[in-house]
Design a protein around this ligand. Structure first.
Ligand code: CAA
Length: 240
């Protein structure tokens, strides 16, 4: 029987590319989404991947959502914490809501999704957790104190949890995508986006599929010795 992979925020952007890449590799995939029902329905129609709706910033919703996934598809061995949002503003204009929304989704979300699955992975002595962080968690980004803090937090979470999982067959790794051609990056004003692309040595935005291929490798049996790592995929924009 194929392993079950759960991808948060798995119906759009980088998450959709991860979900479809994992399915192509033979995994049974469940993709979560928070709000956009139309996109999720279209995604399932197009890919055959089951989608589940809940908010990763809500711990109880994660517990009951994961229970539903496991009832329908089987025990989850692979978790990709991909769900993330931006609420960009220079710090002097940032509201408390903008701060809290991003921390709750991008950092608490990783805890909320991983914690209910952790004991099952420990019991089975196998697990793969991949946390999608960001270049901006490594280098900081103007107008992203919230996002940069959460994404840097995801890297710390990865390194600490990797130490706990290592002895029980669970790897925990982070991927730091650079600027990828998704709706999130396309929402950045064009002039600023052009100036960002000018800073990328490869001279282009990344493709979501290029991040998905990193995930496919990290969750494979071949990657069992790789844990606690931060895989940077940013076209050379920042070399951590
Ligand atoms: N560095 C230095 N100064 C900057 C700057 C930068 N990167 N970006 C903007 N500024 C300056 C502006 O030029 C402006 O200066 P002046 O007041 O002297 O004109 C000042 O900062 C603030 O400008 P605004 O008052 O226009 O700010 P605003 O409240 O309208 O906010 C913004 C605009 C939201 C910051 C907008 O500039 C923006 O969206 N910037 C992009 C931020 C970004 O890169 N986000 C990444 C999103 S993609 C992502 O997060 C995915 C991933 O993981 C990579």
């Amino acid at each position: 029987m194929s392993r079950v992979a759960l991808v948060s925020g798995g119906t759009r952007g980088i998450g959709a590319a991860i979900s479809t890449a994992l399915k192509s590799e033979g995994y049974t995939v469940a993709a979560t989404y928070a709000g956009n029902d139309d996109k999720a329905l279209a995604f399932t129609a197009e890919t055959g991947i089951k989608t589940f709706k809940w908010d990763v910033s809500d711990y109880d919703a994660c517990v009951s959502g994961i229970a539903k996934v496991e009832t329908e598809l089987g025990q989850v061995d692979i978790l990709v914490n991909n769900a993330g949002i931006t609420r960009d503003a220079p710090f002097h204009k940032m509201t408390r809501d903008q701060w809290c929304d991003v921390i709750r989704t991008n950092l608490d979300g990783a805890f909320n999704m991983t914690h209910p699955l952790w004991n099952g992975m420990r019991d089975r002595k196998f697990g793969r957790v991949v946390n999608i962080s960001s270049i901006n968690g490594q280098k900081g980004q103007f107008a992203q104190t919230n996002y940069s803090a959460a994404k840097a937090g995801d890297i710390g979470f990865t390194k600490a949890l990797a130490q706990e999982g290592a002895r029980v067959g669970i790897t925990v790794n982070a991927i730091c995508p650079g600027y990828i051609a998704t709706e999130m990056v396309m929402a950045v004003p064009e002039k600023i986006r052009d100036s960002i692309v000018a800073q990328i040595p490869t001279g282009r935005l990344g493709e979501a599929s290029e991040i998905a291929r990193c995930v496919v490798f990290l969750v494979s049996d071949d990657a069992g010795f790789i844990t606690g790592s931060t895989l940077t995929a940013n076209g050379g924009q920042y070399m951590a």
